[in-house]
Design a binder for this molecule. Structure first.
Ligand SMILES: *Cc1c(COP(=O)(O)O)cnc(C)c1O
Length: 358
């Protein structure tokens, strides 16, 4: 029992997923989205393992700084751009590419005064209504960006899909059409597809794709899992049994006594809880893998532990290996039990869980 809970990160699976995405993207360049600590997989080790990516995308300046600090030389795109002059200076110093989605960001660039020529991605809001210029605002924004001094190194254009993960092709087609009518006559490189757009049925074209979840082997769709898309799970959240006990029929287990033994039972106590990022609302019955066999969670998730009903399994001892999700137990399935999406579970793995690159 060398280590209790840990997240094992499979670098081969990461690279396999990048290759699968490349094939799917038919020659488009791949901007690997590594925001939120690479969806919980570890920003720096993940990005180093993805050395073949054409660029990296992050949400925050600090994430970009960590990548440059680790010696990453590829383009790094700040997906939300910057909001203050000192951040613009930092972005220039470290050569970050900026998304520009708001007139205030153009103003910052107009007042910048430095010599650095930024590569700018202008974001167009085609229906997400979160960030970006509406199609009718875009021509004026483009004009201002074109007139910047010093001139941008390059201008590119992107939009973001609102419902591709629901496989809502009507909305995706509408967004594609709005994007094309706003920018189709212009000669700039473009980008639309996130993971759901990339593996969806609407061909989106474009010079760049922006996968996040798919890199980590996850499926963005409500049904199925990444394996169905030819992807391999990258994170295995592993731990072990720290105690076993017999309970007599009629006794309860855990806080609130919410699980009651319907028969004389054997319970394994597992070192994993909401303090590690497991969802506290994971209901009893959610499966875990005990030495490769499924067994149901019994009762409530506590901070450091869960109880699992192993009555039907033999050979469960202190130290027996347990997997909470990963190879053989898709994180998508656990997310459905928790009423959430794999994104949230992966990002939610807490700081006390050591990451092990394998
Ligand atoms: C997070 C993000 C992505 C990646 O989305 P996935 O669904 O994980 O593939 C792509 N583009 C933008 C703008 C994002 O914010």
């Amino acid at each position: 029992m060398s280590r209790l809970i840990r997240a094992v990160i499979d670098a081969h699976a990461l690279r396999h997923n990048l290759r699968t995405i490349r094939e799917r993207a038919r020659g488009a360049r791949v901007m690997a989205v590594v925001k939120a600590n690479a969806y919980g997989h570890g920003l720096v080790p993940t990005s180093l393992a993805l050395a073949e990516a054409d660029a990296f995308a992050v949400a925050r300046l600090e994430e970009g700084l960590a990548l440059r600090g680790a010696g990453i030389t590829q383009p790094i795109v700040l997906l939300e751009g910057v909001f203050a002059r000192e951040h613009l200076l930092e972005a220039a110093r470290h050569g970050f590419d900026l998304v520009v989605h708001d007139p205030l960001q153009i103003e910052l660039l107009e007042e910048f005064g430095g010599a650095h020529r930024f590569l700018l991605w202008i974001k167009i809001d085609t229906g997400m209504n979160r960030l970006g210029f509406r199609p009718e605002e875009f021509p004026a924004a483009l004009e201002r960006v074109r007139r910047l001094q010093p001139a941008p190194l390059e201008i590119r254009l992107l939009t973001h899909l609102a419902r591709a993960d629901e496989r809502d092709d009507v909305m995706t087609r509408e967004q594609l059409q709005r994007f094309q009518s706003a920018v189709g006559h212009l000669d700039f490189a473009t980008s639309i597809a996130n993971s759901a757009g990339l593996f969806g049925s609407v061909p989106l074209g474009c010079a760049w794709v922006r996968p996040g979840l798919a890199l980590y082997g996850g499926s963005p769709y409500p049904k199925g899992c990444g394996l169905d898309l030819g992807l391999q799970p990258v994170m295995s959240l592993e731990t072990c049994v720290i105690a076993t006990r017999k309970v007599v029929r009629g006794e309860t287990v855990g806080y609130g006594g919410s699980w009651r033994a319907q028969r004389d039972s054997v319970i394994a106590i597992i070192a994993a809880g909401y303090g590690d990022g497991l969802a506290r609302n994971l209901p009893g019955g959610t499966p875990v893998l005990i030495d490769g066999s499924r067994a149901p969670i019994a009762g409530r998730v506590s901070m450091d532990m869960i109880a699992v009903d192993v009555t039907d399994l033999g050979g469960v001892y202190v130290g027996t290996r347990v997997m909470l999700w990963g190879n053989g137990l898709p994180v998508e399935e656990i997310a459905r039990h928790a009423g959430t999406i794999p994104y949230e579970l992966l990002c939610g793995v807490s700081q006390r869980v050591p990451l092990e690159l394998s």
